[in-house]
Design a protein around this ligand. Structure first.
Ligand SMILES: [Zn+2]
Length: 276
C-alpha cells in the first residue's frame, strides 16, 4: 500500500522512474455473459499503465484482504460512461474501491458499453487508483471526459483529535442525522424533475448529461453518508468515540456533498427550462 502513496508523488509530473512497485488488485467476479466482451478489459488497462510507468506492476490478488483496492463492475440507471475511484474504505469491502460501469438501462433494456469505451473508463479509473490526476490534454487517458472521480481524498481526513471525542461524536451525529434524513426524498424529487427532459436538443443535451451525472453522484454520496453513519453508530456503541467522531463527521461531509450535487441539478433544470 505504501507503493500507492509513493507513486502519487511523481504521477503528477512527467513519467519518472519508480523503484519497482507492485499494486495488488482484487477484481470482483464478472457475470459470465459479460466476459466475452469485457473479460480482458482490466488486464488490458493494467498493461497500458505498466507500459506507461516503468517499474509499475499490477497483480491480481486471490484474496481481497491482501489487495490494495477492489475493482467492481456495475450497471447504472442512466446513460453515461461512468467510473470512480474512492480511497475511502467505509464500504462493505473495507478497502478503497474502483468501479467501472459496463452497462446502463435505457427504457428498461440493458445496453452495454462498447469494449473500447469500457477500456477507456477502466484505464482512466485505474490511473486515479495509482495516483494520477486529470490531464488538460484531450488525447490523454486522464482527460476529464466522462465520469467520475471527485476528490474523495479530502472527505475522510486524518483527524485532528478533538479534546472531547465523546462530545464531538455526539455533535456530528446530530449534524449528520438532521442533514441525511431529508436527502432520500430530495433525491427522488430530483430524479422526477430530470425525468421530464429528454435528449435530442443540441443546446441542452450536455446540461442534461451533466445533471444526470450530478444526480448519480448525489445517490453515491448519500450511500457513503449512510454507511458512515452506520459505522459511527456501531463505534459509538463500543464507546470508541474517536472512531465514531471520525465516521459521523465523514457522514456529515458526504451529506453536504449530496446537497451540493442536488443544488447543481436544480441550477441545470432552470437552465434547461430557459432553453426550451
Ligand atoms: Zn477522472
Amino acid at each position: 500500500m505504501a507503493g500507492l502513496a509513493l507513486l502519487a508523488l511523481f504521477a503528477a509530473g512527467t513519467v519518472s522512474y519508480a523503484q519497482a512497485q507492485t499494486v495488488s488488485v482484487y477484481a470482483q467476479g464478472m457475470p459470465r455473459h459479460w466476459q466475452d466482451e469485457f473479460g480482458s478489459t482490466l488486464l488490458d488497462a493494467m498493461s497500458y499503465w505498466e507500459k506507461t510507468i516503468p517499474g509499475l506492476k499490477f497483480e491480481l490478488a486471490s484474496r481481497m484482504e491482501a489487495s490494495d483496492f477492489v475493482v467492481e463492475w456495475a450497471s447504472q440507471n442512466e446513460k453515461a460512461k461512468l467510473g470512480y475511484y474512492s480511497t475511502s474504505d467505509l464500504n462493505s469491502y473495507g478497502k478503497p474501491v474502483m468501479a467501472v460501469t459496463l452497462g446502463f438501462f435505457d427504457g428498461g433494456k440493458l445496453q452495454m458499453l462498447s469494449p473500447e469505451s469500457a477500456l477507456e473508463v477502466t484505464k482512466h479509473e485505474l490511473g486515479h487508483a495509482i495516483g494520477m490526476q486529470h490531464s488538460a490534454n484531450p488525447d490523454d487517458v486522464m482527460y476529464h471526459t466522462v465520469d467520475d472521480f471527485e476528490s474523495l481524498y479530502s472527505v475522510v481526513q486524518v483527524l485532528d483529535g478533538p479534546k472531547n471525542p465523546h462530545a464531538a461524536s455526539t455533535k456530528y451525529q446530530e449534524l449528520a442525522g438532521s442533514l441525511v434524513v431529508p436527502l432520500e426524498g430530495k433525491i427522488t424529487a430530483a430524479k422526477a424533475s430530470l425525468g421530464v427532459f429528454s435528449y435530442g436538443n443540441n443546446a441542452s443535451d450536455q446540461i442534461l448529461e451533466d445533471s444526470w451525472l450530478a444526480y448519480w453522484w448525489a445517490v453515491k454520496y448519500l450511500d457513503y453518508a449512510e454507511k458512515a453513519q452506520m459505522s459511527g453508530g456501531a463505534s459509538a456503541l463500543q464507546s470508541d468515540y474517536e472512531k465514531s467522531y471520525a465516521e459521523f463527521k465523514a457522514a456529515y461531509e458526504y451529506a453536504n456533498l449530496v446537497e451540493q450535487k442536488l443544488a447543481l441539478v436544480d441550477e441545470n433544470i432552470a437552465k434547461m427550462n430557459a432553453l426550451k
